[in-house]
Design a protein around this ligand. Structure first.
Ligand code: FES
Length: 97
């Protein structure tokens, strides 16, 4: 679905729901998840419907994930880093957790 353009700056290994995913250095978490083939990053609190990154610039909040045990992080604004642990967010999370 997505195709990279330009050269890679190296690779970074992150964990996504416990699975090892290799991302490119400089990727945002959202870009890395989409490049890895994930089709959703969270579910809604009310209906449980799947959601995926949409705007990729911090506006829509569809990309919320849990990163290193901190919920409600906007995956499109956070660059990947070695050893980062990303979890799909199911429903709502309390602020600051
Ligand atoms: S994709 Fe819209 S805020 Fe992240």
């Amino acid at each position: 679905m997505f195709q990279r353009i330009g050269k890679s700056e190296g690779s970074v290994v992150i964990s996504v729901d416990g699975a090892r995913v290799t991302a490119q250095a400089g990727d945002t978490v959202a870009a890395a998840l989409l490049a890895a083939g994930l089709t959703s990053t969270r579910t809604t609190p009310v209906s449980g419907a799947p959601r995926a990154p949409y705007c990729m610039m911090g506006v829509c909040f569809e990309c919320l994930v849990t990163i290193d045990d901190v919920g409600n992080r906007q995956a499109c604004l956070i660059p990947v880093s070695e050893g980062m642990r990303v979890e799909m967010q199911k429903g709502k999370r309390e602020a600051g957790r």
